[in-house]
Design a protein around this ligand. Structure first.
Ligand code: MG
Ligand code: ZN
Length: 225
């Protein structure tokens, strides 16, 4: 008789790895953000600005998810943040098992904040818990205001939406009040921040939100250690 061993379902294996990741983040008091969006919304530019603004006040590291290239990771490295690239070799999302080995490349004891830039995709990244504390979605006004209603899951599970490319708003037919209303109807708890990564505007409320989360995470880690 041939012995057949069935692999645990992908999502179940992912849950276990996510739990292990979460334990190491908690142990070191690191606040971890899963940053998601569709391709071309300005995720990496938003991240570059965020690093620039937080330099000197928080120790931040980045994990870059990309299907094939290292281009985004090179951009992040230029901003002076420690970065680990994960090439998913065709997979259109990151999963928790990819994150675990990447953590060995960081000095976790020295980090306050880890931002994971997911693969550009509004669909399946939402289904994979990486062990993060929060999720933020970058949504640009050039993508059209119908995105939240078409891809509700990613917005339902996020804490923040960064509405990017605000400088281009006059040149689009994006109905901003309607967009915000629909986002809130999907998830009333969402924090909405209007930014322009290109013009470097609107970042303060976002940075304050991040700093607050880092502080809260540190306090809970101190209590449990
Ligand atoms: Mg990118
Ligand atoms: Zn996928």
């Amino acid at each position: 008789m041939v012995k057949v061993r069935l692999a645990a379902p992908v999502l179940q294996q992912n849950e276990e790895a996510a739990r292990e990741n979460r334990i190491s983040f908690q142990k070191h008091g690191i606040f971890v953000l899963n940053l998601m969006s569709s391709p071309g919304s300005g995720k990496t530019s938003t991240l570059e600005r965020t690093i620039e603004h937080l330099a000197g006040s928080l120790n931040l590291a980045v994990i870059e998810g990309d299907i094939y290239t290292t281009r985004d990771a090179e951009r992040i490295e230029k901003r002076g943040a420690p970065v680990v690239q994960i090439n998913t070799a065709g997979s259109c999302h990151l999963d928790a098992r990819m994150i675990k080995p990447a953590l060995e490349d960081f000095d976790l004891g020295k980090l306050d904040l880890l931002i994971i830039e997911n693969v550009g995709n509004l669909v399946c990244p939402a289904e994979f818990d990486l062990g993060e504390d929060a999720r933020a979605v970058v949504l640009s006004v050039t993508e059209g205001s119908d995105k939240p209603m078409k891809y509700p899951l990613i917005f339902r599970q996020a804490q923040v939406v960064l509405i990017n490319k605000m400088d281009l708003l006059p040149y689009t037919d994006c109905d901003l009040p309607l967009l915000e209303k629909e986002l809130k109807s999907i998830n009333p708890e969402l924090e909405l921040f209007q930014i322009s990564a290109r013009e470097n505007t609107g970042f303060s409320p976002w940075l304050e939100w991040l700093k607050k989360q880092v502080k809260i995470k540190k306090q809970t880690a101190d209590q449990t250690s």
